[in-house]
Ligand binder design. Structure first.
Ligand code: ATP
Ligand code: MG
Length: 324
């Protein structure tokens, strides 16, 4: 819990935009009335799971979007993670959970956390039943085991890039890639989670210019859209956030600031928008340095795409793990 509290102070959040002008092209997943607990399944589960089927084991995390619990299915004994948003939550939080539901119901990838069911209680509480990632987040691993070696980082990068490539191919921009939103299990599988501020692009050329997410990992063009003409390529912003995340795992601290320094908005603005991108220390491999430079270009048009980065020697050099 101390860990969670400390982390939350570092999360500098900016206000969410008004509901997107892009209306979902399908009915929202919740039934209109709920006389009893109602449950919906998605394509990956064979039977509906409702709140009454689950025993709560412990709290896994608190976030802006709600509380996440470790739960066990009473009949099957399967362990899941349950994200619960209370019925009386403010509209922004409810908007986030609807957005997350909409995306999780669309996605089906080994690199994106799976959603097994969505339910609404008569009280208005909304639950998302997800696969349980038993090693927590990349930040948990960093704090528990220290900084990541290059081969370990390449393994992480390959998986997150596969996830981003899947999302971007499906016109989904995550917009909040950071160590606490990348979940890990004991097989060292890494999956993208937390779609509370993500966006589904309605048309291929939609501009993506709203201020959402955690600003520490924001690309220069998202932090200061005016300077970059107001419109920017959200896919490239996800790549910047990934680069910063990987560098943090290598260096052990947020790369734009010295270890221990708390980020505030003004410091971040100066560092991200007016400073040079952070660089790796001496002694790293050429492949790693080059990979980072492909992610952390200040000019978004110069950043490689997820598909291009999957062909970079840094992530390709370990032949034992295939890139799918
Ligand atoms: P934040 O605002 O901090 O990003 P959030 O409200 O958006 O939080 P999530 O990021 O989805 O919520 O979850 C909060 C925390 O709960 C995660 O950082 C992680 O520690 C834990 N968690 C979420 N989903 C899972 C899961 N499927 N398996 C294990 N732990 C999880
Ligand atoms: Mg989160």
């Amino acid at each position: 819990m101390a860990l969670i509290r400390e982390r939350r102070q570092l999360n500098l959040r900016l206000p969410l935009p008004e509901p997107s002008e892009c209306r979902p092209r399908f009915a929202l997943p919740l039934p209109p009335t709920a006389a009893a607990t109602t449950a919906l399944t998605n394509n990956s589960s064979s039977a509906a799971i409702s709140a009454a089927d689950l025993d709560t084991l412990q709290v896994l995390g608190h976030g802006n979007g709600g509380t996440v619990y470790k739960v066990r299915h009473k009949r099957t004994s399967t362990t899941y993670a349950l994200k619960l948003v209370y019925g009386d939550s403010d509209p922004t939080v409810r908007r986030q959970i609807f957005r997350e539901m909409e995306i999780l119901r669309r996605t089906d990838s080994p690199y994106v956390v799976r959603c097994h069911a969505i339910f609404e209680k008569p009280s208005g509480d909304i639950g998302i039943v997800m696969e349980y990632m038993d090693s927590g987040t990349l930040e948990t691993l960093l704090k528990a085991h220290g900084t990541f070696s290059e081969p370990k980082l390449a393994h992480v990068a390959r998986q997150v890039l596969n996830g981003l490539n899947y999302l971007h191919t499906h016109k989904i921009i995550h917009r909040d890639i950071k160590p606490t939103n990348l979940l890990v299990n004991s097989n060292m599988e890494v999956k993208i989670a937390d779609f509370g501020v993500s966006k589904i692009m309605c048309r291929t050329l939609d501009a993506c210019n709203s201020y959402v997410g955690t600003c520490a990992y924001m690309s220069p063009e998202r932090f200061d859209p005016d300077t970059y003409g107001g419109n920017y390529n959200g896919y490239a912003s996800d790549i910047w956030s990934l680069g910063l995340t990987l560098m943090e795992l290598y260096m052990g601290h947020f790369p734009f600031l010295p270890p221990g320094q708390r980020p505030d908005w003004a410091t971040l603005m100066c560092a991200i928008c007016f400073g040079e991108p952070p660089s790796l220390p001496d002694g790293v491999s050429e492949e790693f340095r080059s990979f980072m430079e492909c992610c952390l270009q200040k000019e978004s048009g110069k950043r490689w795409t997820a598909a291009q980065l999957l062909t970079h020697p840094f992530v390709c050099k370990d032949p034992s793990v295939s890139v799918s």
